[in-house]
Design a protein around this ligand. Structure first.
Ligand code: 3VV
Length: 172
């Protein structure tokens, strides 16, 4: 599956907490391709509250983690989060239209390094980096029946990291 610039990223699966349209407890993120990364708008509400009027930090981290998962779809690489680091620079307010952005900054062998931000009115509230590690399809299929779309649509197009270890196309 080739996802063109500005095109929607299909959900990882319908019940994904971050982007699955069928998950009643989910964030229902809808991402678009932006270069070799992804962007999404998100409005958090009382369901996501930590301190009064503010988003729970774990919810914000989960949203960024899922955007990194969206970058994987653009790259066509099945991988999982090995490490996630979040800098909370300013409180994230409920009821605001937040802009989330993520990209892969580097890859080598099985490893992909991600960077993402949350902005509110162009001010960065949150910044995250993550290490993802490429896995085989058995990582997923050994826990659940994952046959059929949407996985097959994009996993089948997975690009092999280049021999020099610089990784999937478009990755710096
Ligand atoms: C037809 C079927 C198709 C199905 C397809 C399904 C498609 C879905 C695809 C994509 C879904 C995306 C969904 C996005 C949602 C957001 C992402 C999540 O929530 S993911 C869930 C949370 N993460 C985990 O549950 C990982 C649990 N951990 C593991 O499984 C392993 O630890 C794993 C795979 C990460 C690594 O284990 P190892 O045994 O394979 O490999 P080792 O050798 O340990 O690590 C490889 C390299 O990475 C480094 N590394 C590993 N963990 C590290 C860490 N925490 N910090 C630093 N380096 C680390 C190691 O030092 C090593 O580096 P050196 O090659 O030696 O240079």
């Amino acid at each position: 599956m080739t996802i063109r610039e500005g095109q929607s990223i299909p959900p990882h699966q319908d019940n994904c907490f971050g982007c699955g349209p069928r998950n009643p407890a989910g964030l229902h993120l809808r991402m678009q391709r932006n270069g070799m990364g992804v962007v999404a708008d998100l409005v958090l509400d009382e369901r996501h509250e930590g301190a009064p009027g503010l988003a729970h930090g774990g919810v914000v981290a989960a949203a960024l983690d899922d955007l990194f998962g969206g970058v994987l779809v653009v790259l066509g690489v099945p991988a999982v989060t090995a490490n996630l680091s979040v800098d909370y620079r300013a409180p994230v307010r409920l009821g605001r239209t937040l802009t989330l952005s993520a990209t892969c900054t580097r890859s080598a062998g099985r490893k992909l390094w991600m960077h993402g931000t949350v902005t509110d009115a162009n001010a960065i509230t949150t910044e995250a980096t993550a290490l993802f590690v490429r896995v085989g399809l058995e990582h997923f299929s050994s826990h659940a029946d994952v046959a059929g779309p949407p996985f097959g649509d994009w996993i089948g197009q997975a690009r092999t990291p280049s021999p020099d270890g610089s990784g999937a196309s478009g990755v710096r």
